[in-house]
Design a protein around this ligand. Structure first.
Ligand code: ADP
Ligand code: MG
Length: 881
């Protein structure tokens, strides 16, 4: 919507600025409002529920307009940015009253989803990562991310689009900075993830940039970091002093959890609600600080691979579990520590106020006690590393103590910030404000004494300010060297002295001067602290670590988790009485049935069968969660646990179960499965939950079998494979590294009761109809299903079981056309229908009759009769037996 007539000078200015920010909402400051015009106004008014008005509404082409009051602007910015838009804040750069012509205006900040820093916008325990991508000629990717509020800056090289997607989703970035080097295919993938793409094609060589990249060796990484920093500079338009030196990281240095695994395992986000409740994070988060909360999330996204590092964490967790009182004291101290990372960010950003500095001081004041507590516990040196990082940054604490009052206001320009005694000049101003009158009275008294003029008095008028008035008769007594005549009245003379003038300016200007000076001193203090930001950040990180670990101790104690023993020799795995920490928490300890998971070195595949709803999926996830908990250094939900360190976890959930993703096509399922087959190593864990469900029975089963065989012969990863194709259970005859387990169920009075207990050997069938019954389906329907089932099982001789078959034939053909072996089906039915298991000739006849009856050729009454006859035949048969 471009203007059609010549715009006013103001609109000209607006359009010139808007041109520089075509992809952002331009908030144009106009007096007490920020206004939007044209398309911004139309769209903005909808998104923000503002009234759309018009400028120049009398003209032919009025300009659409809407506005928000300046004091509430943050709220509106947050809403837009949260929805994935950018907002350019355009301020008046001079006082409109003093401006000649158009008021000068400039964009002072471009707020974007990846650079939003306002606390109210997000959970304090949430990082907001801006990411960046740059490619070299060979397509190799440099990838960086930064959190503007905490100063974290990390960079790596990525080998594949898939690796990129994993990083993007695990960081949950809302915005990525790219340049022209990034190819279209990759951009298309990023778009699909609904991440805002911003472009930054060049950068300047700045000192801060060189500082940030000094530890990097790869050109690709240096390039991408500089692009990222340039984007931050351009959008934020201020110093980025708190950004930490870029740290190279290796995604492969951590347990690899692809995005499907993270989602399926519900580590951070409940896949139904998107919330924290019902996740592993929910169980494990007993952190006392926002920094700890954020770090825990990072740890959950990147569990460790090195035994030493894991055991270091375990050692601290154990120690804190053993020392209840010290731990409690530690928690009390941590509770009083504010978000140091974000405070450091605000200080560097120049947005910290007096209260922030007091929070910083308060936080720092708890460090010595924390150090003391740790040194008490540090008998075998486990806290050495932490102690080395727990720097109380005393200079900063002292500086704030000396300079800033205990209870400063939010505003930094209205005084009451700086402590008395910090600055002489300021003290005088404050004194002058408070004691101005008294001063004058004192001066008057002194001057009377000095001059001997008893009626000397000090007065004030607007023209001359303060003066000393002496009656005409005494005028000759004033000391000529100090007194300067200012005004002669009929019977009095008025004088000023240098001292009086000095005090006058003190008194008159004291208030505004005090405010100005306070602000100046405050900024000065803030600048001094800025020099120590790296130390504060280091301290923050150490406190965050300590916080997460004390949280692990708390939850491990409360939930009776046990310290897992990590083996680096072989791949055997043994978990005694393990449980799924989230499911257990939700349903309560008493109702949960703990389960063992045992896999020897050479046992790679557990084939899990059992009725629907019996606990197969829970059992599988339980293992994955246990592995993750172990590898972040926490204790695990079991009475005893020994396990290898895994390098990757893959989870693939059969399409029918995967209702949440909305992409549950069979194709996706197969793609995901393939990814696991391609990438898993013998040190990986694969969870295949009812894979092959998304297609017709036979090809589903065929694929499931082929996948199992492939893993068995080529991948060798520890694999839990649940299936409702219980026909697959005979694979244990052929595959020597495969073991059958099943979830037990018993029937009581025709009802199926799940034991939720894993037992060796295969399940006997899948009990689908029983589950349908549990779900309350009508009896008639269930009976009908039963009949169909029997017919299928009887009729179809395709699915067979080769009890007697030799290894080779069993291996090659679970699914086989074979007339000779129907017996398995019958056997399987025996648990629930002992009396109707074997279909005799009579029953077969009856079934055949049902099958072939052409209902369409009968009248309804005839159908009734038919059904009655069938029933008669069945009941007679039943009675006979
Ligand atoms: P499946 O995958 O076999 O269909 P799920 O693992 O989804 O079954 O489990 C179904 C429900 O059974 C769970 O939601 C939970 O309420 C319950 N359950 C699972 N495992 C256990 C257990 N070990 N003890 C008690 N209840 C369990
Ligand atoms: Mg399941």
């Amino acid at each position: 919507m471009a203007p059609k007539i010549k715009p006013t000078p103001m609109m000209e200015q607006y359009l010139a600025i808007k041109k520089q920010y075509p992809d952002a909402f331009l908030f144009y400051r106009l007096g007490d409002f920020y206004e939007m015009f044209y398309d911004d106004a139309v769209k903005g008014s909808q998104l923000l529920e503002l009234t759309l008005t018009q400028r120049n509404h009398s003209s032919k082409n009025p300009v659409p307009m809407c506005g928000v009051p300046h004091h509430a602007v943050q709220n509106y910015i947050d809403i837009l940015v949260d929805k994935g838009y950018k907002v350019a804040i355009c301020e008046q750069m001079e006082d409109p009253k003093q401006a000649k012509g158009m008021v000068k205006r400039e964009v002072i900040q471009l707020v974007t989803p990846g650079t939003l820093m306002d606390e109210s916008a997000g959970d304090a325990k949430e990082n907001n990562y801006l990411t960046a991508l740059h490619q070299d000629q060979n397509g190799k990717m440099g990838f960086a991310y930064a959190d503007l509020s905490t100063g974290e800056l990390k960079v790596t090289e990525l080998q594949s689009t898939d690796a990129l997607v994993n990083e993007l989703t695990s960081l949950r970035t809302k915005e990525i900075v790219v340049d022209d080097s990034v190819n279209q295919d990759i951009l298309a993938v990023i778009k699909k993830l609904k991440i805002l793409i911003s472009t930054q094609n060049s950068y300047e060589e700045k000192a801060e940039f060189s500082y940030a990249v000094q530890d990097l060796t790869s050109n690709l990484e240096i390039e991408v970091v500089k692009h990222l920093l340039m984007y931050l500079t351009v959008t934020q338009k201020r110093a980025l002093a708190h950004l930490q030196r870029a740290i190279h990281y290796e995604p492969s240095a951590y347990l690899k959890l692809d995005r499907f695994a993270k989602r399926n395992l519900e580590l951070l986000q409940n896949s139904r609600t998107g919330k924290k409740s019902g996740t592993l994070l929910w169980i494990l988060d007993a952190t006392k600080t926002a920094m700890g909360g954020r770090l825990l999330k990072q740890w959950l996204s990147r569990p460790l691979l090195l035994k030493d590092e894991i055991e270091q964490r375990q050692g601290i967790v154990q120690n804190l579990m053993d020392n209840f009182f010290e731990r409690n004291n530690l928690q009390d101290e941590l509770t009083n520590v504010y978000d140091l990372e974000r405070l450091a960010g605000k200080i560097a950003f120049g947005s910290a106020n007096g209260r922030d500095l007091i929070q910083l001081k308060t936080s720092l004041s708890h460090v010595p006690q924390i150090r003391y507590l740790l040194s008490q516990l540090n008998t075998d040196g486990i806290y050495n590393d932490l102690l080395a990082e727990l720097d109380p940054v005393e200079e900063v604490a002292d500086l704030i103590e000396q300079a800033i009052v205990d209870d400063p206001p939010i505003s930094v320009t209205d005084g009451n910030l700086i402590r008395e005694g910090y600055n002489d000049e300021l003290d005088q101003y404050v004194d002058a404000m408070k004691n101005g009158k008294q001063w004058l009275a004192d001066l008057e008294e002194q001057e009377r004494e000095k001059t001997g003029i008893h009626n000397l008095k000090i007065g004030f008028n607007k023209v001359f300010g303060y003066y000393i008035e002496v009656s005409k008769g005494n005028a000759s007594k004033v000391p000529q060297d100090r007194y300067q005549r200012k005004q002669t009245l009929v019977n009095a003379e008025r004088f000023i002295t240098p001292e009086l003038k000095e005090k006058e300016s003190l008194i008159l200007g004291s208030e505004s001067k005090a405010y100005d000076l306070q602000y100046k001193l405050f900024v000065d203090v803030r600048e001094q602290i800025k020099d120590q930001i790296k130390r504060i950040q280091k301290l923050a990180h150490a406190l965050a670590k300590l916080d997460v670990l004390q949280g692990f101790a708390v939850v491990s104690e409360n939930h009776q988790f046990v310290k897992p023993e990590l083996t680096t020799q072989g791949h055997s795995l043994e978990i005694k009485d393990g449980w799924h920490p989230v499911v257990e928490e939700v349903m309560g300890r008493q109702s949960y049935v703990p389960n063992d998971i045992k896999m020897d070195d050479d046992q790679t595949i557990l084939l899990i069968t059992g009725p629907n709803m019996s606990g197969k999926s829970t059992y599988m996830r339980q293992l994955a969660l246990t592995v993750i908990m172990a590898q972040i250094g926490c204790f695990v939900p079991a009475t005893q646990a020994r396990m290898p360190i895994f390098d990757q976890i893959f989870t693939r959930i059969g399409a029918a179960d995967d209702l949440i993703s909305g992409e549950s096509t069979f194709m996706v399922e197969m793609k995901e499965a393939n990814e696991a087959l391609e990438n898993a190593s013998e040190n990986s864990l694969i969870l295949f939950d009812e894979i092959g469900r998304g297609t017709a029975t036979y090809d589903g089963m065929a694929l499931a079998q082929a996948i199992i065989e492939f893993i068995h012969d080529h991948v060798h990863a520890k694999t839990l494979f649940s299936t409702h194709y219980h026909e697959l259970t005979i694979l244990d005859k052929k595959l020597k590294h495969l073991t059958n387990v099943h979830v037990g169920a018993v029937e009581k009075n025709g009802e199926l009761i799940f034991l939720h207990k894993m037992q060796p050997g295969p399940a006997d069938k899948s009990y689908g109809i029983h589950v349908a019954k549990l779900a309350g389906m009508p009896d008639s329907l269930l009976q009908r299903a039963d009949v169909i089932l029997k017919r299928l099982e009887n009729d179809s001789k395709k699915v067979t079981h080769h009890e007697e078959a030799d290894e080779e034939s069993a291996a090659t053909s679970v699914i086989k056309e074979d007339e000779s072996s129907v017996s398995q089906v019958d056997e399987q039915l025996s648990l629930f229908q002992p009396e109707t298991v074997k279909l005799d000739s009579q029953e077969n006849e009856l079934l055949e009759d049902i099958k072939t009856t052409n209902l369409m050729s009968l009248t309804p009454l005839e159908v009734m009769n038919k059904v009655f006859e069938w029933q008669q035949r069945l009941t007679k048969k039943g009675k006979r037996k």
